[in-house]
Design a protein around this ligand. Sequence first.
Ligand SMILES: *Cc1c(COP(=O)(O)O)cnc(C)c1O
Length: 407
Amino acid sequence: MSLSQGRDFLAIPGPSVMPDRVLRAMHRGAPNIYTGDIVDLTHSLVPDLKAVAQTKGEVAIYIANGHGAWEAALANTVAPGETVLVLATGRFCIGWGEMARAMGINIETIDFGKRDSIDPDQVETALRADTDHKIKAVMAVHVDTSTSVKNDLGVVRQVMDQVGHPALLFGDCIASLGCDPFPMDDWGVDLMVAGCQKGLMTPPGVAFVFFNEKAKAARAKMDRVSSYWDWVPRVDPEYYYQFFCGTAPTHHLYGLREALDMINEEGLAHVFDRHAALAGAVWAAVDAWGQDGPMELNITDPAHRSTAVTSVRIGAPFGTQLREWTEGQAGVTLGIGLGMAEPTDPAWHGFFRIGHMGHVNVPMVMGVLGTMDAALKALGIPHGQGALTAAASAVAGPLHHNVKGGE
Ligand SMILES: *Cc1c(COP(=O)(O)O)cnc(C)c1O
């Protein structure tokens, strides 16, 4: 017997659940792409995207996934033969660095491992050692989706300023935009990349590069930028057809407009509080299960945990068994462990992730946790009791005045 008939639930860290409102907004015929509504709609997205990113800078929109935004960021600012410093706290910044290397850029990497956030002291040492300022950009991920660590990039900026290093500061907010606060301008981040399919609740296919005056100055000094990735025409409202270097991603734009309307209606501060409250439920449940069994949150310090995704250690083969049970027997898809062990290593089966980003509320998250509780019992995996009570208390208790409608 399987209990999986009913509405499937995707609890992976992106693509995230698409709201019915977003899907309905996309369910329409193709518009004229040269004049009229779609042009106005595109322009209307720009201030709302900047508001979510908490920046007064520019935003270039690409028909791409997050990897496209990674490439766009580098293509506009760092030339082959120049050097970047990669601050690795999981698989994603390492991947961004590998892309830089493939583009002919020299990379220096500080690897903080799989369970820790960026250590500012090590960044300071690396920057002080760079006396002739070879490093053109410092690259970091705000929330690394593999480890679920959250980095404070404001602290990285402080270190750069203390040392007096002129490099640009890059942030990857592909997993965190619209989930965890990222005050781009206040933190002094010069360039930030994001995608639409995680916190922004839109199907994968549109990505963003936000950038400030300092990043613009770096772009102006580039000898050559490939025309598809060049951000200059993409931020010039006079040349709408250049915005996308060709046909606009019409239906993604409709969907994104609706998603941003939903964020605006809820209020960005409430969106962040909702993510924090629901993440608290997940952490409380995992802590309770871990009281008497192998389950453990990958990131021990709550201040450095993402509120969008939780990476869990449970030991092989339990991670894979749990995921297969929740998907096959119950209709809940959990995320695979990513970057924690090689897929050929038996240890790979000891990790999984829970996505709780974007369009999620209490029954969705409690449903995932309840399903996991059933899986642990069905599979005979040792676990502590009281996880669901702990999760309910986390939602109801200290955070009750923070969730929408509670004030
Ligand atoms: C998802 C993700 C990416 C990659 O995005 P794609 O759309 O899969 O190319 C990069 N960085 C982070 C932090 C992510 O979460």
